[in-house]
Design a protein around this ligand. Sequence first.
Ligand code: B4P
Length: 192
Amino acid sequence: MFNIILFGPPGSGKGTQSQNLISKYGLKHLSTGDLLRNEISRQTPLGLEARHFIDIGQLVPDEVVIGMISSALETNPEANGFLFDGFPRTEAQAEALDKLLELKKTSIAVMLALDVSEEELVKRLLHRGQSSGRSDDTNENIIRSRIVEYENKTKSVADYYARFNKVVHIKGEGSVDEIFETLCHEIDKRKV
Ligand code: B4P
């Protein structure tokens, strides 16, 4: 099993690159953002709770997202590996993920961290907000709050994996194809 974390601030290209990576490597895509939006659109109790946090640019509580990932891992026993997109976003989530993977006798092979400047992030997200219908992409103040959440709670998750020598930083500015090529190069170096 080969498991990857695609990491980076909101708007860094995680969702965009995930689509290309899962088709090339046959991995199961687990995006907590997509899972939460699915709960919101079905108006489940979990979705109603998550919506409140997403709409103000805050992270959803750890126990909610850890529970979602745990059941997603259980419902995909046949997967060759997972691509985690937007998860883990806190150290508590990272520790929980390690434990869940250990139960499956596997672990994270690499964290690929996309580096993008704040001004570029805001520009991309406002642009996506014109067509995505995502309420968290339309207001610049909310976008900036998401970036502050990232700086305060998420950025240090890379230090957690750096302790195990598993982090690779990648320039997330440039064309989608160029960035994809760099990501593949790093994966291929590690994949047997
Ligand atoms: P996510 O769905 O993960 O959303 P995101 O980080 O904003 O987007 P992503 O990074 O995937 O977007 P992409 O760059 O691909 O999270 C949404 C919310 O859910 C969070 O704010 C939080 O509240 C909650 N949440 C999710 N996971 C959670 C967790 N684990 N714990 C707690 N809360 C959680 O795309 C952005 C735009 O850039 C697109 O328009 C794209 O076309 C464009 N783009 C991409 N690459 C580009 C490039 N190279 N050049 C130019 N534009 C590019």
